[in-house]
Design a protein. Structure first.
Lengths: 121, 160
């Protein structure tokens, strides 16, 4: 009898551990627009940050809207957080060297648009 | 059963009190670091960063995904292993600091850190393994000695 109770409690506990104890996630769409001022011969513009699909090791490429001037990318993130931290890169060089990361807040929002100027916090 | 539990809880004390006092330092420092930083970033506690949006005793959404990448049994039960690992860091850190059930939580922390060393950091080289290895040595030590004189285990089990 005691053994049966123990097994039931253990099974419920394991089920809870497997499915119920993990932070809930939600889909968030983040549109990033980056303006470049006075830059020429741009070969690659990207963004790095925390949380997939971003990474601090590898650029997520941004597409030109106006070449050498305005670039954009839309990120579909599945996250439990209310924010993302990121920095932009141009030709492989990361902006805001030695300065804090940019922060995009999206508490309670399903989609957010973030406009930035390269190397200006 | 009770006497076994008492023996498991009862700490080994050093010959002089100042030796126990010195051995208190790594226990408190490591416990504090585990619960205030490493653990609370991925496990919901009142002092977890508000930005992390973690509820009480909840494991961060990204951690089971990381654990699943270890493969094998970790891939079968990623939430279980992620929750257990985060719990042993965040809650184990508190117990280690207080010297309460020191051996039990030292063993848990030791297992968690061995997983971190061999499954997470092994490919990243010795330098990246050092934090987890540091906790392994500390937890291994206290899994043998228990809390020493300056811990709740001592107060709870000392002979009157």
């Amino acid at each position: 009898m005691i053994m049966k109770k123990l097994l039931t409690i253990s099974a419920i506990f394991l089920m809870w551990m497997q499915f119920g104890c993990v932070q809930k996630t939600r889909n968030v769409t983040i549109q990033l627009n980056l303006r470049l001022a006075g830059m020429k011969n741009i070969t690659q513009v990207g963004v790095r940050g925390n949380g997939k699909p971003l990474s601090w090791q590898k650029d997520l490429a941004m597409s030109p809207v106006i070449k050498d001037s305005l670039y954009t990318v839309t990120i579909h993130a599945i996250t439990g957080y209310n924010f993302a931290e990121l920095k932009f890169t141009v030709n492989g060089t990361m902006e805001l060297d030695g300065m804090p990361n940019r922060r995009v807040d999206f508490k309670g929002a399903k989609s957010v648009t973030y406009n930035a100027v390269f190397n200006k916090p | 059963m009770i006497s076994y539990f008492k023996r498991f809880t009862s700490p080994i004390c050093m010959p002089y009190w100042y030796q126990d006092l010195l051995l208190l330092i790594p226990r408190v420092v490591c416990g504090y670091l585990l619960t205030s930083n490493f653990g609370s970033a991925k496990f919901g506690l009142p002092w977890s960063p508000a930005d992390a949006n973690l509820h009480f005793f909840e494991v961060a959404f990204w951690f089971p995904n990381d654990v699943a990448e270890y493969g094998g049994i970790f891939k079968l039960f990623p939430a279980f292993f992620a929750w257990s690992g985060a719990f042993s860091e965040a809650v184990g850190g508190i117990f280690l600091m207080l010297g309460l059930q020191t051996r039990l939580f030292s063993i848990l922390i030791c297992c968690t850190m061995l997983v971190a060393v061999f499954m997470q950091q092994w490919q990243n080289g010795l330098w990246n393994m050092l934090p987890a290895l540091g906790f392994v040595w500390v937890a291994l030590f206290y899994s043998v000695t228990g809390s020493g004189r300056f811990g709740l285990d001592y107060l709870l089990t000392k002979q009157k």
